[in-house]
Design a protein around this ligand. Sequence first.
Ligand code: FE
Length: 187
Amino acid sequence: MQARVRALETILTEKGLVDPQALDRIVDAFERKIGPRNGARIVARAWSDSAFRARLLADATEAANSMGFSSPVGAHLIAVENTPETHNLVVCTLCSCYPWEVLGLPPVWYKSAPYRSRAVIEPRAVLAEFGVALPPDTRIRVWDSTAETRFLVIPMRPPGTQGWSEERLAALVTRDSMIGTGLAKRP
Ligand code: FE
């Protein structure tokens, strides 16, 4: 796949159809500027503003786009909230559908066949491999992304963060915590 991508990029560049520097800037934007910091800012706002949290759970596309990000959410975005009772985990069993606009580029493992099948068959074992051990009575709910529907997990707010600013809270929100394969960092 990498060789094919390189060959395609070379041909398109030679024909003058793409500018490699522009491509680098687009990839860089998705890797470092857009994702996953946009998602983290959304989660941090949901943690600190209950009206925004309600709006996010009602219509995540609308709530995310209200934050004025440079790359608006196109597909239907659904926010699912972790609680002590239920932990949410996101996968795309068919391919690699992922909320790019809020999380940036998907990690390699997200696109791998083992993750895509095992997240559904044995989510608890997959979570353990990511270092996430949930209480045995916590229910795990797995969400299967599609081309039309993407999911954003709102991780539980870590204890000891009362009164924190949104900016400070956002630093605790990891990419994996918004996929469900991780938890928010402890302060
Ligand atoms: Fe997909």
